[in-house]
Design a protein around this ligand. Structure first.
Ligand code: CMC
Length: 430
Protein backbone atom coordinates (compact mmCIF):
# COMPACT_ATOMS: atom_id res chain seq x y z
CA UNK A 1 0.00 0.00 0.00
CA UNK A 2 1.74 3.22 -1.09
CA UNK A 3 1.00 6.40 0.83
CA UNK A 4 0.82 9.94 -0.54
CA UNK A 5 -0.71 12.90 1.21
CA UNK A 6 -3.86 14.98 0.90
CA UNK A 7 -4.34 18.29 2.68
CA UNK A 8 -7.30 19.25 4.83
CA UNK A 9 -7.77 22.98 5.45
CA UNK A 10 -10.24 24.38 7.99
CA UNK A 11 -9.99 28.15 8.36
CA UNK A 12 -6.32 29.04 8.74
CA UNK A 13 -5.17 25.59 9.76
CA UNK A 14 -4.08 22.72 7.51
CA UNK A 15 -3.34 19.07 8.19
CA UNK A 16 -1.81 16.33 6.07
CA UNK A 17 -3.92 13.21 5.60
CA UNK A 18 -2.38 9.99 4.27
CA UNK A 19 -3.91 8.86 0.99
CA UNK A 20 -3.81 5.07 0.88
CA UNK A 21 -3.96 3.06 -2.33
CA UNK A 22 -5.57 -0.39 -2.43
CA UNK A 23 -4.54 -2.96 -5.04
CA UNK A 24 -7.45 -1.74 -7.21
CA UNK A 25 -10.31 0.71 -6.73
CA UNK A 26 -10.52 4.22 -5.28
CA UNK A 27 -7.84 5.43 -2.88
CA UNK A 28 -8.93 6.24 0.69
CA UNK A 29 -8.15 9.19 2.93
CA UNK A 30 -6.83 7.89 6.24
CA UNK A 31 -8.72 9.93 8.85
CA UNK A 32 -8.10 7.62 11.83
CA UNK A 33 -6.18 10.36 13.68
CA UNK A 34 -8.42 13.20 12.50
CA UNK A 35 -10.17 13.82 15.82
CA UNK A 36 -6.94 13.56 17.79
CA UNK A 37 -5.19 16.03 15.47
CA UNK A 38 -8.01 18.42 14.57
CA UNK A 39 -10.86 17.97 17.08
CA UNK A 40 -13.30 17.22 14.21
CA UNK A 41 -15.29 14.11 13.36
CA UNK A 42 -16.42 13.22 9.83
CA UNK A 43 -20.11 12.83 8.99
CA UNK A 44 -21.25 10.10 6.59
CA UNK A 45 -24.65 8.59 7.43
CA UNK A 46 -25.14 5.33 5.56
CA UNK A 47 -21.33 5.10 5.08
CA UNK A 48 -21.62 6.13 1.44
CA UNK A 49 -18.00 7.36 1.33
CA UNK A 50 -16.46 5.50 4.24
CA UNK A 51 -14.18 2.46 4.08
CA UNK A 52 -14.77 0.74 7.42
CA UNK A 53 -11.87 -1.70 7.16
CA UNK A 54 -9.05 -3.06 5.03
CA UNK A 55 -9.97 -6.36 3.35
CA UNK A 56 -8.49 -8.83 0.85
CA UNK A 57 -11.62 -10.91 0.30
CA UNK A 58 -14.11 -9.40 -2.16
CA UNK A 59 -13.92 -6.54 -4.62
CA UNK A 60 -16.82 -4.83 -6.40
CA UNK A 61 -16.43 -2.30 -9.19
CA UNK A 62 -19.91 -0.81 -9.16
CA UNK A 63 -19.38 1.36 -12.23
CA UNK A 64 -18.17 -1.54 -14.38
CA UNK A 65 -20.48 -4.11 -12.79
CA UNK A 66 -17.73 -6.52 -11.73
CA UNK A 67 -17.53 -8.73 -8.66
CA UNK A 68 -14.37 -10.62 -7.66
CA UNK A 69 -13.93 -13.17 -4.87
CA UNK A 70 -10.22 -13.18 -3.94
CA UNK A 71 -9.55 -11.79 -7.43
CA UNK A 72 -11.62 -14.36 -9.37
CA UNK A 73 -14.58 -13.00 -11.42
CA UNK A 74 -17.94 -14.26 -10.16
CA UNK A 75 -18.85 -15.44 -13.69
CA UNK A 76 -15.88 -17.85 -13.78
CA UNK A 77 -16.58 -19.23 -10.31
CA UNK A 78 -20.28 -19.69 -11.12
CA UNK A 79 -19.51 -21.39 -14.45
CA UNK A 80 -16.62 -23.64 -13.45
CA UNK A 81 -16.56 -23.91 -9.65
CA UNK A 82 -18.86 -25.17 -6.96
CA UNK A 83 -20.03 -23.70 -3.68
CA UNK A 84 -17.70 -25.55 -1.31
CA UNK A 85 -14.70 -24.66 -3.48
CA UNK A 86 -15.89 -21.04 -3.28
CA UNK A 87 -16.14 -21.37 0.52
CA UNK A 88 -12.56 -22.62 0.65
CA UNK A 89 -11.43 -19.73 -1.57
CA UNK A 90 -13.16 -17.11 0.58
CA UNK A 91 -11.92 -18.59 3.84
CA UNK A 92 -8.31 -19.41 2.92
CA UNK A 93 -7.60 -16.99 0.06
CA UNK A 94 -6.72 -19.55 -2.67
CA UNK A 95 -8.58 -22.14 -4.71
CA UNK A 96 -7.93 -25.56 -3.18
CA UNK A 97 -5.80 -28.31 -4.71
CA UNK A 98 -7.60 -31.62 -5.23
CA UNK A 99 -6.33 -32.96 -1.88
CA UNK A 100 -7.26 -29.74 -0.04
CA UNK A 101 -10.71 -29.76 -1.58
CA UNK A 102 -11.35 -33.41 -0.71
CA UNK A 103 -10.30 -32.77 2.87
CA UNK A 104 -12.46 -29.61 3.15
CA UNK A 105 -15.53 -31.29 1.64
CA UNK A 106 -15.05 -34.22 4.01
CA UNK A 107 -14.79 -31.98 7.06
CA UNK A 108 -17.89 -29.95 6.10
CA UNK A 109 -19.87 -33.09 5.23
CA UNK A 110 -19.09 -34.69 8.61
CA UNK A 111 -20.26 -31.64 10.58
CA UNK A 112 -23.74 -31.36 9.08
CA UNK A 113 -25.70 -32.92 11.93
CA UNK A 114 -26.77 -30.66 14.77
CA UNK A 115 -26.94 -31.52 18.46
CA UNK A 116 -30.16 -33.52 18.79
CA UNK A 117 -31.39 -31.32 21.62
CA UNK A 118 -31.38 -28.35 19.28
CA UNK A 119 -34.43 -29.76 17.52
CA UNK A 120 -36.44 -28.81 20.63
CA UNK A 121 -35.73 -25.17 19.92
CA UNK A 122 -37.73 -25.44 16.75
CA UNK A 123 -40.80 -26.84 18.43
CA UNK A 124 -40.76 -23.87 20.83
CA UNK A 125 -41.63 -21.55 17.94
CA UNK A 126 -45.18 -20.93 16.77
CA UNK A 127 -45.96 -22.87 13.58
CA UNK A 128 -46.56 -19.62 11.73
CA UNK A 129 -43.19 -18.13 12.78
CA UNK A 130 -41.25 -16.61 9.90
CA UNK A 131 -38.31 -18.96 9.16
CA UNK A 132 -35.92 -15.99 9.45
CA UNK A 133 -37.11 -15.51 13.05
CA UNK A 134 -36.31 -19.17 13.63
CA UNK A 135 -32.88 -18.74 12.04
CA UNK A 136 -31.97 -15.71 14.16
CA UNK A 137 -32.87 -17.70 17.28
CA UNK A 138 -31.38 -21.07 16.43
CA UNK A 139 -28.09 -19.82 14.95
CA UNK A 140 -27.55 -17.68 18.04
CA UNK A 141 -28.36 -20.76 20.11
CA UNK A 142 -25.47 -22.71 18.51
CA UNK A 143 -23.21 -20.88 20.96
CA UNK A 144 -25.03 -22.70 23.77
CA UNK A 145 -24.18 -26.09 22.22
CA UNK A 146 -20.64 -25.78 20.89
CA UNK A 147 -18.72 -24.28 23.81
CA UNK A 148 -15.50 -25.81 22.52
CA UNK A 149 -15.43 -23.41 19.56
CA UNK A 150 -16.32 -20.05 21.10
CA UNK A 151 -12.84 -18.95 22.24
CA UNK A 152 -12.04 -16.51 19.47
CA UNK A 153 -8.40 -16.13 20.54
CA UNK A 154 -7.73 -19.76 19.57
CA UNK A 155 -7.14 -20.20 15.78
CA UNK A 156 -8.18 -23.86 15.95
CA UNK A 157 -11.48 -23.01 17.65
CA UNK A 158 -12.09 -20.26 15.10
CA UNK A 159 -11.67 -22.74 12.27
CA UNK A 160 -13.88 -25.36 13.95
CA UNK A 161 -16.61 -22.74 14.48
CA UNK A 162 -16.31 -21.67 10.82
CA UNK A 163 -16.67 -25.23 9.52
CA UNK A 164 -19.51 -25.93 11.90
CA UNK A 165 -21.50 -22.97 10.67
CA UNK A 166 -20.94 -23.68 6.96
CA UNK A 167 -21.89 -27.33 7.57
CA UNK A 168 -24.86 -26.83 9.89
CA UNK A 169 -26.52 -23.85 8.26
CA UNK A 170 -28.24 -26.00 5.56
CA UNK A 171 -29.48 -28.37 8.28
CA UNK A 172 -30.91 -25.49 10.34
CA UNK A 173 -32.40 -23.82 7.25
CA UNK A 174 -34.03 -27.09 6.15
CA UNK A 175 -35.39 -27.66 9.67
CA UNK A 176 -36.82 -24.12 9.73
CA UNK A 177 -38.53 -24.93 6.43
CA UNK A 178 -39.84 -28.32 7.58
CA UNK A 179 -41.20 -26.83 10.79
CA UNK A 180 -42.80 -24.02 8.81
CA UNK A 181 -44.66 -26.47 6.53
CA UNK A 182 -45.46 -28.96 9.28
CA UNK A 183 -43.35 -31.87 8.02
CA UNK A 184 -40.90 -34.05 9.97
CA UNK A 185 -37.23 -33.04 10.00
CA UNK A 186 -35.03 -34.93 7.52
CA UNK A 187 -31.47 -35.76 8.61
CA UNK A 188 -28.50 -34.87 6.40
CA UNK A 189 -27.05 -37.50 4.07
CA UNK A 190 -23.28 -37.74 3.76
CA UNK A 191 -23.38 -39.41 0.35
CA UNK A 192 -24.85 -36.26 -1.24
CA UNK A 193 -23.01 -33.09 -2.19
CA UNK A 194 -23.71 -29.89 -0.25
CA UNK A 195 -26.53 -28.51 -2.41
CA UNK A 196 -28.14 -31.89 -3.19
CA UNK A 197 -28.13 -32.68 0.52
CA UNK A 198 -29.85 -29.37 1.22
CA UNK A 199 -32.58 -30.01 -1.36
CA UNK A 200 -32.98 -33.51 0.06
CA UNK A 201 -33.38 -32.21 3.63
CA UNK A 202 -35.97 -29.71 2.40
CA UNK A 203 -38.05 -31.81 0.03
CA UNK A 204 -37.72 -35.46 1.04
CA UNK A 205 -40.47 -36.97 3.19
CA UNK A 206 -40.30 -40.29 5.07
CA UNK A 207 -43.13 -41.89 3.08
CA UNK A 208 -41.50 -41.91 -0.35
CA UNK A 209 -38.20 -41.78 -2.21
CA UNK A 210 -36.85 -38.38 -3.18
CA UNK A 211 -34.38 -38.21 -6.02
CA UNK A 212 -32.45 -34.95 -6.31
CA UNK A 213 -32.63 -33.48 -9.81
CA UNK A 214 -28.98 -32.66 -10.75
CA UNK A 215 -30.01 -29.62 -12.85
CA UNK A 216 -31.85 -28.15 -9.86
CA UNK A 217 -29.00 -29.04 -7.48
CA UNK A 218 -26.54 -27.28 -9.78
CA UNK A 219 -28.85 -24.23 -9.88
CA UNK A 220 -29.06 -24.24 -6.08
CA UNK A 221 -25.27 -24.46 -5.87
CA UNK A 222 -24.87 -21.54 -8.28
CA UNK A 223 -27.33 -19.45 -6.25
CA UNK A 224 -25.18 -20.15 -3.17
CA UNK A 225 -22.01 -19.10 -5.05
CA UNK A 226 -23.63 -15.84 -6.20
CA UNK A 227 -24.66 -14.92 -2.64
CA UNK A 228 -21.49 -16.09 -0.86
CA UNK A 229 -19.95 -12.67 -0.20
CA UNK A 230 -20.43 -9.05 -1.17
CA UNK A 231 -17.79 -6.98 0.63
CA UNK A 232 -18.88 -4.58 3.39
CA UNK A 233 -22.69 -4.71 2.92
CA UNK A 234 -25.04 -4.03 5.84
CA UNK A 235 -25.14 -7.56 7.27
CA UNK A 236 -21.39 -8.14 6.86
CA UNK A 237 -20.69 -4.82 8.55
CA UNK A 238 -23.08 -5.93 11.31
CA UNK A 239 -21.13 -9.17 11.76
CA UNK A 240 -17.84 -7.24 11.88
CA UNK A 241 -19.24 -4.72 14.37
CA UNK A 242 -20.68 -7.44 16.60
CA UNK A 243 -17.41 -9.40 16.35
CA UNK A 244 -15.29 -6.34 17.13
CA UNK A 245 -16.36 -6.55 20.77
CA UNK A 246 -15.04 -10.12 20.99
CA UNK A 247 -18.50 -11.75 20.80
CA UNK A 248 -18.47 -15.43 19.82
CA UNK A 249 -18.85 -16.26 16.11
CA UNK A 250 -22.27 -17.94 16.38
CA UNK A 251 -23.72 -14.81 18.04
CA UNK A 252 -22.09 -12.61 15.38
CA UNK A 253 -23.60 -14.62 12.52
CA UNK A 254 -27.02 -14.45 14.23
CA UNK A 255 -26.61 -10.63 14.25
CA UNK A 256 -25.82 -10.76 10.51
CA UNK A 257 -28.96 -12.80 9.87
CA UNK A 258 -31.07 -10.23 11.74
CA UNK A 259 -29.69 -7.44 9.56
CA UNK A 260 -30.09 -9.43 6.37
CA UNK A 261 -33.79 -9.88 7.05
CA UNK A 262 -34.69 -6.29 6.09
CA UNK A 263 -36.44 -5.66 2.74
CA UNK A 264 -33.74 -3.21 1.61
CA UNK A 265 -31.15 -6.04 1.93
CA UNK A 266 -31.75 -9.81 1.93
CA UNK A 267 -35.52 -9.48 2.16
CA UNK A 268 -35.60 -7.92 -1.31
CA UNK A 269 -35.91 -11.26 -3.15
CA UNK A 270 -39.11 -12.03 -1.24
CA UNK A 271 -40.32 -8.48 -1.82
CA UNK A 272 -39.43 -8.66 -5.54
CA UNK A 273 -41.41 -11.84 -6.10
CA UNK A 274 -44.37 -10.46 -4.15
CA UNK A 275 -44.19 -7.35 -6.30
CA UNK A 276 -44.15 -9.36 -9.56
CA UNK A 277 -47.18 -11.31 -8.32
CA UNK A 278 -48.94 -8.07 -7.38
CA UNK A 279 -48.25 -6.59 -10.83
CA UNK A 280 -49.68 -9.83 -12.15
CA UNK A 281 -49.83 -8.98 -15.83
CA UNK A 282 -47.74 -7.14 -18.40
CA UNK A 283 -50.64 -4.69 -18.87
CA UNK A 284 -50.22 -3.38 -15.30
CA UNK A 285 -46.49 -2.63 -15.61
CA UNK A 286 -46.79 1.05 -16.71
CA UNK A 287 -48.84 1.87 -13.60
CA UNK A 288 -46.19 0.33 -11.28
CA UNK A 289 -43.35 2.08 -13.14
CA UNK A 290 -45.24 5.36 -12.75
CA UNK A 291 -45.61 4.73 -9.00
CA UNK A 292 -41.92 3.86 -8.63
CA UNK A 293 -41.03 7.23 -10.17
CA UNK A 294 -43.50 9.22 -8.05
CA UNK A 295 -41.66 11.00 -5.21
CA UNK A 296 -44.85 11.06 -3.11
CA UNK A 297 -45.38 7.31 -3.40
CA UNK A 298 -43.14 5.13 -1.18
CA UNK A 299 -43.35 2.29 -3.72
CA UNK A 300 -40.01 1.21 -5.23
CA UNK A 301 -39.33 -1.40 -7.86
CA UNK A 302 -38.00 -4.21 -5.69
CA UNK A 303 -35.00 -5.95 -7.21
CA UNK A 304 -33.92 -2.70 -8.85
CA UNK A 305 -31.08 -0.41 -7.77
CA UNK A 306 -28.06 -1.01 -5.62
CA UNK A 307 -25.88 1.07 -3.33
CA UNK A 308 -22.71 0.02 -5.13
CA UNK A 309 -23.68 -1.20 -8.62
CA UNK A 310 -24.38 1.67 -10.98
CA UNK A 311 -24.38 -0.80 -13.84
CA UNK A 312 -25.97 -4.23 -14.35
CA UNK A 313 -25.37 -6.38 -11.25
CA UNK A 314 -23.14 -9.20 -12.64
CA UNK A 315 -24.93 -11.67 -10.36
CA UNK A 316 -28.27 -10.70 -11.95
CA UNK A 317 -27.03 -11.83 -15.38
CA UNK A 318 -26.00 -15.26 -14.08
CA UNK A 319 -29.22 -15.47 -12.06
CA UNK A 320 -31.30 -14.70 -15.15
CA UNK A 321 -29.56 -17.54 -17.04
CA UNK A 322 -30.12 -19.89 -14.09
CA UNK A 323 -33.81 -18.91 -13.99
CA UNK A 324 -34.23 -19.92 -17.63
CA UNK A 325 -32.40 -23.25 -17.04
CA UNK A 326 -34.55 -24.12 -14.02
CA UNK A 327 -37.83 -23.18 -15.70
CA UNK A 328 -36.87 -25.17 -18.82
CA UNK A 329 -35.97 -28.23 -16.72
CA UNK A 330 -39.30 -28.03 -14.92
CA UNK A 331 -41.31 -27.39 -18.07
CA UNK A 332 -42.36 -23.94 -16.79
CA UNK A 333 -41.07 -21.79 -19.67
CA UNK A 334 -44.35 -19.90 -19.82
CA UNK A 335 -44.29 -18.81 -16.19
CA UNK A 336 -46.41 -15.61 -16.11
CA UNK A 337 -44.17 -14.02 -13.48
CA UNK A 338 -41.13 -14.50 -15.72
CA UNK A 339 -43.03 -12.79 -18.49
CA UNK A 340 -43.81 -9.84 -16.19
CA UNK A 341 -40.18 -9.71 -15.02
CA UNK A 342 -38.71 -9.65 -18.53
CA UNK A 343 -41.09 -6.96 -19.69
CA UNK A 344 -40.63 -4.87 -16.52
CA UNK A 345 -36.87 -5.06 -16.96
CA UNK A 346 -37.17 -4.00 -20.60
CA UNK A 347 -39.42 -1.04 -19.80
CA UNK A 348 -37.37 0.16 -16.82
CA UNK A 349 -34.05 -0.10 -18.67
CA UNK A 350 -35.43 2.19 -21.34
CA UNK A 351 -37.07 4.67 -18.98
CA UNK A 352 -35.27 7.98 -18.45
CA UNK A 353 -35.79 7.89 -14.64
CA UNK A 354 -34.05 4.53 -14.25
CA UNK A 355 -31.38 5.29 -16.87
CA UNK A 356 -30.48 8.63 -15.30
CA UNK A 357 -30.30 7.20 -11.76
CA UNK A 358 -28.40 4.14 -13.04
CA UNK A 359 -30.96 1.75 -11.58
CA UNK A 360 -30.47 -1.77 -12.96
CA UNK A 361 -31.89 -5.12 -11.91
CA UNK A 362 -30.00 -6.61 -8.99
CA UNK A 363 -29.60 -10.29 -8.10
CA UNK A 364 -32.93 -10.34 -6.28
CA UNK A 365 -34.92 -9.47 -9.36
CA UNK A 366 -34.64 -12.98 -10.82
CA UNK A 367 -33.70 -15.08 -7.79
CA UNK A 368 -37.26 -15.15 -6.42
CA UNK A 369 -38.67 -16.67 -9.62
CA UNK A 370 -35.98 -19.37 -9.53
CA UNK A 371 -36.39 -20.19 -5.86
CA UNK A 372 -40.16 -20.42 -6.23
CA UNK A 373 -39.70 -22.80 -9.17
CA UNK A 374 -37.35 -24.90 -7.03
CA UNK A 375 -40.25 -25.31 -4.61
CA UNK A 376 -39.47 -22.80 -1.86
CA UNK A 377 -42.15 -20.51 -0.40
CA UNK A 378 -41.26 -16.78 -0.43
CA UNK A 379 -40.68 -16.84 3.33
CA UNK A 380 -37.65 -19.11 2.76
CA UNK A 381 -35.92 -16.86 0.23
CA UNK A 382 -33.97 -14.77 2.72
CA UNK A 383 -33.08 -17.92 4.66
CA UNK A 384 -31.36 -19.26 1.55
CA UNK A 385 -29.50 -15.98 1.20
CA UNK A 386 -28.38 -16.29 4.85
CA UNK A 387 -27.24 -19.87 4.28
CA UNK A 388 -25.06 -18.83 1.35
CA UNK A 389 -23.77 -15.60 2.92
CA UNK A 390 -22.66 -17.40 6.08
CA UNK A 391 -19.27 -18.20 4.53
CA UNK A 392 -18.75 -14.55 3.55
CA UNK A 393 -19.66 -13.38 7.04
CA UNK A 394 -17.29 -15.91 8.56
CA UNK A 395 -14.42 -15.07 6.19
CA UNK A 396 -14.86 -11.36 6.99
CA UNK A 397 -15.19 -12.01 10.73
CA UNK A 398 -12.05 -14.18 10.67
CA UNK A 399 -10.11 -11.57 8.71
CA UNK A 400 -11.09 -8.95 11.29
CA UNK A 401 -10.27 -11.07 14.34
CA UNK A 402 -6.88 -11.99 12.82
CA UNK A 403 -5.98 -8.36 12.06
CA UNK A 404 -3.52 -7.23 14.78
CA UNK A 405 -4.71 -3.61 14.45
CA UNK A 406 -8.35 -4.59 15.09
CA UNK A 407 -10.25 -2.37 17.56
CA UNK A 408 -13.82 -2.39 18.83
CA UNK A 409 -16.04 -0.60 16.26
CA UNK A 410 -17.32 2.60 17.82
CA UNK A 411 -18.62 5.34 15.46
CA UNK A 412 -19.12 8.91 16.67
CA UNK A 413 -22.10 11.17 15.94
CA UNK A 414 -23.24 14.66 15.05
CA UNK A 415 -25.26 15.44 18.17
CA UNK A 416 -28.26 17.73 17.57
CA UNK A 417 -30.21 17.09 20.78
CA UNK A 418 -30.44 19.31 23.86
CA UNK A 419 -27.23 20.58 25.36
CA UNK A 420 -26.96 20.00 29.13
CA UNK A 421 -30.08 21.02 31.14
CA UNK A 422 -31.19 20.50 34.72
CA UNK A 423 -33.55 17.79 35.94
CA UNK A 424 -37.04 19.16 36.57
CA UNK A 425 -39.26 17.73 39.35
CA UNK A 426 -42.47 16.18 37.95
CA UNK A 427 -44.64 18.79 39.70
CA UNK A 428 -42.99 21.56 37.68
CA UNK A 429 -43.21 19.89 34.25
CA UNK A 430 -45.84 21.00 31.76
N1 CMC B 1 -37.22 2.04 -7.48
C1 CMC B 1 -37.43 3.37 -7.69
N2 CMC B 1 -36.54 4.32 -7.39
C2 CMC B 1 -35.39 3.93 -6.80
C3 CMC B 1 -35.12 2.58 -6.53
C4 CMC B 1 -36.08 1.62 -6.88
N3 CMC B 1 -35.88 0.33 -6.65
N4 CMC B 1 -33.90 2.47 -5.93
C5 CMC B 1 -33.43 3.71 -5.82
N5 CMC B 1 -34.32 4.61 -6.35
C6 CMC B 1 -34.15 6.06 -6.46
C7 CMC B 1 -34.30 6.72 -5.11
O1 CMC B 1 -35.63 7.12 -4.87
C8 CMC B 1 -33.35 7.90 -5.22
O2 CMC B 1 -34.01 8.90 -5.96
P1 CMC B 1 -33.68 10.47 -5.66
O3 CMC B 1 -32.23 10.64 -5.99
O4 CMC B 1 -34.60 11.19 -6.60
O5 CMC B 1 -34.00 10.69 -4.22
C9 CMC B 1 -32.21 7.35 -6.08
O6 CMC B 1 -32.78 6.28 -6.86
C10 CMC B 1 -31.03 6.81 -5.26
O7 CMC B 1 -31.55 5.84 -4.36
P2 CMC B 1 -31.05 5.68 -2.86
O8 CMC B 1 -32.13 5.11 -2.02
O9 CMC B 1 -30.41 6.95 -2.39
O10 CMC B 1 -29.92 4.61 -3.06
P3 CMC B 1 -29.31 3.70 -1.93
O11 CMC B 1 -27.94 3.37 -2.36
O12 CMC B 1 -29.47 4.33 -0.58
O13 CMC B 1 -30.26 2.41 -1.93
C11 CMC B 1 -31.18 0.30 -2.40
C12 CMC B 1 -29.97 1.23 -2.57
C13 CMC B 1 -30.79 -1.12 -2.86
C14 CMC B 1 -31.59 0.22 -0.91
C15 CMC B 1 -32.36 0.85 -3.26
O14 CMC B 1 -31.99 0.90 -4.62
C16 CMC B 1 -33.63 0.04 -3.07
O15 CMC B 1 -34.38 0.28 -2.12
N6 CMC B 1 -33.90 -0.96 -4.00
C17 CMC B 1 -35.02 -1.84 -3.86
C18 CMC B 1 -34.66 -2.90 -2.83
C19 CMC B 1 -33.71 -3.94 -3.39
O16 CMC B 1 -33.87 -4.43 -4.50
N7 CMC B 1 -32.70 -4.30 -2.56
C20 CMC B 1 -31.76 -5.36 -2.92
C21 CMC B 1 -30.36 -4.90 -3.01
S1 CMC B 1 -29.33 -6.17 -3.74
C22 CMC B 1 -29.25 -7.41 -2.57
C23 CMC B 1 -28.46 -7.04 -1.37
O17 CMC B 1 -27.28 -6.66 -1.52
O18 CMC B 1 -29.00 -7.15 -0.26
Amino acid sequence: MSDTNAKLTIGDESWDLALQEGSVGPSVLDIAALYKNTGHFTYDPGFTSTASCESKITYIDGEQGTLLYRGYPIEQLADHGDFLETCYLLLYGELPTKAQKDDFVHRVTYHTMIHEQMSRFFTGFRRDAHPMAIMVGTVGALSAFYHDSTDISDPHQRMVASLRMIAKMPTLAAMAYKYHVGQPFVYPRNDLDYSSNFLHMCFAVPCEDYKVNPVLARAMDRIFILHADHEQNASTSTVRLAGSSGANPFACIAAGIACLWGPAHGGANEAALNMLAEIGSVDNIPEYVRRAKDKDDPFRLMGFGHRVYKNYDPRARIMQKTTHEVLAELGMRDDPLLEVAIELERIALNDEYFVEKKLYPNIDFYSGITLRALGFPTTMFTVLFALARTVGWIAQWKEMVEDPSQKIGRPRQLYTGYPSRDYMPISQRR
